[in-house]
Design a protein around this ligand. Structure first.
Ligand code: ADP
Ligand code: ZN
Length: 195
């Protein structure tokens, strides 16, 4: 069944906040409602094509891995009514315009999941602009692994210690990991005074 009006929904929050879980839940419910759903995610590791959305608790949904946001438009099937996009923070800013076109011109329901902040606590890619455009924004929270309060931030750790503000995105030979943390427990050594 086609929608009469498009809409944009954003599911955002820190790592481990349940974004993928919630996206998978909305995909399943749309399928139960006999909607035709297409799921996309960025192909960060050069493997295009068949992929899946995976939550930390093991749930998954089939997805198509694409290189850039404009590939979404090129891959939309005529009978699709719902477009779901996971890990959307890794797409270029053109994603904002693509989602607008899908909602405005194609009358599709667009569900976007992604991190709203990077490990520094700064706005991440196209997500903040998508939040502004969306009809519905859900900001989910994880649990801070240090103090047990609600966590809105993602702590980057290099060899077990908080990553520096200026540490490169790729660190060869280092063990990198992420934790969910609250504002108080989130540490970014080397953050410039004006940030
Ligand atoms: P996201 O897509 O936001 O990274 P997922 O949907 O993949 O999150 O995973 C959420 C699940 O991760 C939770 O339901 C829970 O089982 C698990 N989890 C692991 N660590 C945490 C944490 N610190 N806070 C909350 N949930 C956590
Ligand atoms: Zn905390």
């Amino acid at each position: 069944m086609k929608h009469h009006q498009g809409r944009i929904e954003v599911i955002c929050g820190s790592m481990f906040s349940g974004k993928s879980e919630e996206l998978i839940r909305r995909i399943r419910r749309a399928e139960i409602a006999k909607q035709t759903v297409q799921v996309f995610k960025p192909s960060l590791d050069d493997r295009y094509g068949i992929a899946s959305v995976n939550s930390h608790d093991g749930r998954e949904a089939d997805a198509v891995a694409i290189e850039e946001s404009s590939d979404i438009l090129n891959n939309i099937n005529g009978d699709t009514t719902v477009v779901a996009i996971d890990e959307a923070q890794f797409f270029d800013n053109h994603l904002v315009e693509i989602c607008r076109q899908l909602a405005d011109e194609h009358n599709l329901r667009v569900i976007v999941a992604g991190l709203d902040m990077d490990f520094r606590g700064e706005p991440f890619g196209p997500i903040p602009a998508l939040m502004a455009q969306a009809e519905q924004v859900d900001k989910l929270h994880a649990i801070c692994v240090v103090c047990g309060n609600e966590a809105a931030r993602s702590q980057r750790l290099i060899n077990g210690k908080p990553a520096n503000y200026n540490d490169p995105i790729i660190l060869i030979g280092a063990t990198e990991s992420y934790e969910a943390r609250c504002r108080n427990c989130h540490k970014v050594p080397g953050r410039p005074a004006d940030k």
